[in-house]
Ligand binder design. Structure first.
Ligand code: UD1
Ligand code: M6R
Length: 692
């Protein structure tokens, strides 16, 4: 996730200081979306000149860099378009070079800021290189700027919107995008597909209507689908822009005065309204596949395809929310937002990697190493906290698909023991932050011992990501709540894909692999189903766990790690003592705690251990225990049971833990809220544990 912000003034005199301040303040508001580097592009002193400033780190660093560079801040612009971005790296480490905006060429004919992932950028890059373009960054975004220039050079009289459509037609993946060009001064193209984008409007006179008509192409214009197929075709057809005579054109009259003359106006383009509300309360949300053209004090909204089922108007709304509220969207806390983001964040983890149609998994970051890993003598997973639990959760699927011995280690304990590591070991470091001191020290230790090291890391450019030989970025987006939620499910999915890649050479596992891939392809929808339980879980927490001192969480096999993760979440934010117990171990001691008062949650979804889990359930019932069950919605066994149930959909056994953990995340959240605790910043804890 990154934050993009644009500011356009039309017939409103603004000096460079004002323009740059507006962009930087916008970026500061969006910093929670990404904070590893930031950059802006504004007009220069001469005609067709662009000033771009980029810096690694927070927006404050960029501000300092601009002060050092001393551009003439007093220079005034009657009309101007500026774009900016704060980055959360997915392609290439955080560096000035990789920082947005990206350019088409050294003179910045086209400048681009982007939020999202272009999954076919490699193909586009190869194509553009064959046309003489040389790339200067490791990003996916750069190809957008270069593609725009390539098309423009062939059709220098092309309209900005036509050009933008041709470019966007060729891009696969997710995007929130702003394009600025010296060929279309004071104009910006803003496009959205999968990444949010909002346009704030400020005018001195009242806006005449509260909607904008959407403009559609006439029959025969290339559809986005068609364009995606074209990617396979020859470069000549691939880069041919659609016939511009086919485009229906109309002018949005919304911002015109009564006599039809454009009015002074300012536009604020942003990844979310938190950066806009301080300037204007009038906003318009773009929908997926909208391409907005902001020019001459107007907004035109275009679609790539006709009759695509979306509304033909975009409403200009008035928002009255407070900033803090907006940053968290409709949620009260970042943790809650992140729990509810999971249907999307796991899709981002799989994007461009899991091909559910052809039943294939491609992890670009492991490609060169996969055969070496297949030959290793064991795989050691090393991590801390939640990340350690995700390793435990996927142990079974690794053993099954790879038949390689698997060890799971807590980083601190591994180092305390100075555990033996060999050159033919593969050591996998799993970390959301990529900066956890224990994991980082264990990584250095394994490097010293000559092992192959692999990272499964959320933060691109973090120490673990940089120090490992290879790895997989989990692409869950920034996680702000101290309690890890979406990072866990994304780690889980990334590692299942890792296991699927390793098992690819085994014909005997093919059917099983296909079953798992199919399961992964519907997990996001199943998450949505489970999240609908939110209200009932909230009530359950208020009714059943109020004023309790302790809680037992039971699970067996692959669900024991789920229980451990749930127990950690509950301890971490609600400060309630909670113990995860392997169901099979109950009878060896813990059963003594059980009576009719002890709150117990038991994970008992269907798998090959179900009958054994039922034994444990019976042991609890026999002692008067009243466990709350997390079971499958289709489970007949408990239909008559006099006990509370949280019913989750059924999936492939090795993925069931992904679904089962969501109610536990919700329980921990509502327990903490019930106690009036600060969910996002629990006492004594920090997000990134960079001390031993
Ligand atoms: C790349 C993109 C990804 C996109 C995909 C589509 C980057 C950073 N990522 O992903 O956003 O969806 O193409 O084709 O460009 N690495 C480590 N240690 C780690 C994690 C990663 O060394 O802990 C290395 C990898 O080996 C790789 C690079 O970092 O060389 C990028 O990794 P990753 O983002 O996972 O690569 P792709 O899946 O190819
Ligand atoms: O950034 P990492 O994944 O390496 O962090 C590891 C643990 O500190 C972390 O998972 C911690 O347990 C979480 N706060 C749990 O919610």
């Amino acid at each position: 996730m990154c934050g993009i912000f644009g500011y356009i003034n039309y017939l409103v005199d603004r000096d460079r200081q004002f323009i740059i301040d507006t962009l930087l303040n916008g970026l500061s508001r969006l910093e929670y979306r990404g904070y590893d580097s930031a950059g802006i592009a504004v007009d220069g002193d001469k005609k067709n000149e662009v000033f771009a400033f980029k810096e690694v780190g927070k927006v404050a660093n960029l501000r300092e860099l601009i002060i050092e560079r001393k551009p003439n801040m007093a220079k005034s612009f009657e009309s101007h378009a500026g774009i900016s971005q704060t980055r959360w790296a997915t392609h290439g480490k955080p560096s000035r070079q990789n920082c947005h905006p990206h350019r088409s060429d050294p003179t910045w004919e086209f400048s681009v800021v982007h939020n999202g992932i272009i999954t076919n950028y490699k193909e586009l890059k190869v194509l553009l290189e064959s046309k003489g373009f040389s790339f200067e960054t490791e990003t996916d975004t750069e190809c957008i700027a270069k593609l725009a220039k390539y098309l423009y050079d062939q059709h220098p009289d092309i309209e900005f919107t036509v050009l933008a459509k041709a470019v966007i037609n060729k891009l696969e993946g997710a995007l929130g995008l702003l394009i600025k060009s010296v060929h279309y001064p004071h104009e910006v193209i803003a496009a959205r597909r999968g990444s949010p984008l909002v346009i704030g409007v400020r005018t001195s006179k009242k806006i005449q209507v509260d909607f904008i008509n959407v403009e559609y192409p006439e029959e025969g214009t290339l559809s986005a689908d068609q364009a995606s197929k074209d990617i396979q075709k020859s470069s000549a057809t691939l880069l041919a822009p659609p016939d511009k005579s086919l485009l229906h054109r109309s002018q949005s009259r919304v911002f015109l005065s009564d006599n039809g003359i454009p009015q002074p106006a300012e536009f604020f383009l942003s990844s979310d309204p938190s950066a806009v509300v301080e300037h204007t309360k009038k906003v318009l949300y773009l929908e997926d596949d909208d391409i907005a053209h902001i020019h001459d004090g107007q907004i035109n909204i275009h679609r790539l395809t006709k009759d695509d089922g979306t509304s033909n108007v975009r409403t200009i709304q008035t928002i009255e929310l407070e900033l803090q509220e907006i940053m968290k969207g409709k949620f009260d806390h970042f943790m809650q937002k992140e729990i509810f983001e999971q249907p999307e964040s796991i899709i981002n983890t799989m994007r461009g990697r899991l091909d559910a149609v052809n039943k294939k998994v491609t992890l670009g970051g492991l490609r060169q190493y996969i055969s070496t890993i297949r030959r290793c003598r064991r795989i050691i997973f090393i991590a801390c906290g939640t990340s350690y639990h995700s390793c435990m959760a996927v142990r079974g699927v690794f053993e099954e698909l790879t038949e390689i011995p698997i060890a799971i280690e807590l980083a601190s304990d591994f180092l305390d023991r100075q555990a033996p590591v060999f050159r033919d070991d593969t050591c996998v470091f799993v970390s959301q932050s990529g900066e956890t001191a224990d994991s980082l020290m264990a990584l250095r230790y394994c490097l010293e011992h000559g092992a192959l090291t692999v990272g499964v890391v959320n933060v691109v450019g973090s120490s673990i990501s940089l120090l490992t030989h290879c790895g997989v970025h989990t692409n869950a987006g920034p996680e702000i709540g101290v309690a890890s939620t979406k990072a866990y499910t994304s780690q889980f999915v990334a590692m299942v894909m890792f296991a699927l890649s390793l098992g690819e050479d085994r014909a005997s596992k093919q059917k099983r692999r296909e079953e798992i891939i199919e399961g992964l392809s519907i997990v996001s929808d199943q998450f949505r189903e489970i999240l609908k339980l939110n209200e009932s879980i909230k009530d359950m927490c208020a009714n059943l766990f109020k004023d309790q001192k302790s809680l037992l969480l039971l699970g067996r096999g692959a669900q024991f790690p789920t229980a451990l993760e749930g127990a950690l979440k509950i301890k971490e934010i609600s400060y309630l003592h909670c113990e995860a117990v392997m169901s099979g171990e109950l009878k060896h001691g813990v059963l003594a705690l059980v009576d009719e008062n002890l709150p117990i949650i038991m994970i008992i979804t269907r798998d090959n251990l179900f009958t054994k889990s039922l034994n444990a359930y019976q042991q609890l019932i026999a002692r008067g225990g009243r466990p709350i069950l997390i079971c499958n919605s289709t489970e007949p066994e408990f239909s008559a049971a006099q006990t509370e149930k949280i019913a989750v959909p059924k999936t492939v056994d090795c993925l069931q833990g992904l679904l089962n953990v969501i109610p536990l995340q919700l329980i921990s959240y509502w327990l903490a809220i019930g106690e009036g605790l600060n969910v996002d910043f629990p006492r004594n804890l920090t997000k990134s544990v960079t001390v031993e």
